[in-house]
Design a protein around this ligand. Structure first.
Ligand code: HH2
Length: 259
């Protein structure tokens, strides 16, 4: 899964694809480099980010989705049902909701009635404050219990279980150690029986592990290593900024592990 952030303030590339033409070109380049799907988002969820109003989010993403629909498989990264509804009407296949259907009471029905796929992600707290003091009794079991409950809520709302993906939410209310533990113990989440998405790309835990306690991002090689480690432990979707490098690494990993 390639990432195209149509935002001025995303944590890693801050504004590089804020212009719609740049975002469309980036999505096409990611598809050509081997992305199976491209995740387009108009609201940053980085730690400390402020919410974006509905009209502004639509103004950002619709001009990017329109020219790509039917050409590039697309996912919409949104917590707003109206943004999801417009995206699905344009042919987007997957709703990537970092609130796991808790952010907007109309989201579950929007996904269910469109027969769309959905990614449910774990987050402790909310983006403005989530990194202040994350605490768990046992991070892998707590995240799995949350995802199990959200999966049941999605199915109750009429979403086909076969269309649900689960994501431990790397960096969303977790310490560096907790993020690595979640990848190490991915089996606890895989036991829920759904495909698992992992997004470690460029996240600050990588830069912090490498020795900078104030890192806001992580470098490319570290991101690729995290994607391979997650793949090796059973993740089926790797959400990444650097598609070509990740596809190259995963092709090699797959030749080794999936023989
Ligand atoms: N991470 C981010 C945003 N959306 N969705 C899923 N399913 N999993 C993730 O790990 C995830 C996500 C944050 O990364 P990015 O989109 O690059 O940054 P920003 O939110 O600042 O735009």
């Amino acid at each position: 899964m390639g990432i195209v952030n149509v935002t001025p303030d995303s944590f890693s590339e801050g504004g590089a694809t804020f212009d719609p033409a740049d975002a469309v070109a980036a999505a096409r380049a990611q598809a050509a480099a081997g992305a199976a799907i491209v995740d387009v988002g108009g609201e940053s969820t980085r730690p400390g980010a402020d919410p974006v109003p509905l009209e502004e989010e639509l103004r950002r993403v619709v001009p990017v989705l329109e020219p790509l629909a039917g050409e590039v498989p697309l996912s919409i990264d949104t917590a707003k049902a109206e943004v999801a509804r417009r995206a699905l009407a344009l042919g987007v296949e997957l709703v990537n909701d970092v609130t796991a259907l808790r952010g907007d009471p109309a989201m579950a029905e929007t996904v269910a009635s469109a027969g769309a796929a959905v990614c449910l992600m774990h987050m402790q707290g909310e983006p403005r404050t989530m990194q202040r003091d994350p605490r768990y009794a046992d991070v892998a079991s707590d995240v799995a219990a949350f995802l199990e409950e959200r999966l049941a809520a999605a199915v109750d709302a009429g979403i086909d279980e076969e269309r649900v993906l689960l994501d431990p939410g790397i960096g969303f209310g977790k310490t560096v150690e907790q993020n690595f533990e979640l990848v190490r113990r991915l089996d606890v989440i895989l036991a829920l029986g759904r495909p698992v998405v992992v997004g470690f790309s460029r996240k600050s835990s990588l830069g912090r592990l490498l020795g900078d306690p104030d890192a806001r991002t992580g470098p490319l090689a570290a991101s690729v290593a995290a994607a391979v480690a997650a793949y090796e432990r059973g993740a089926t979707v790797l959400r990444v900024h650097d598609v070509r490098e990740t596809v190259e690494a995963l092709t090699v990993a797959r030749a080794v592990y999936a023989a």
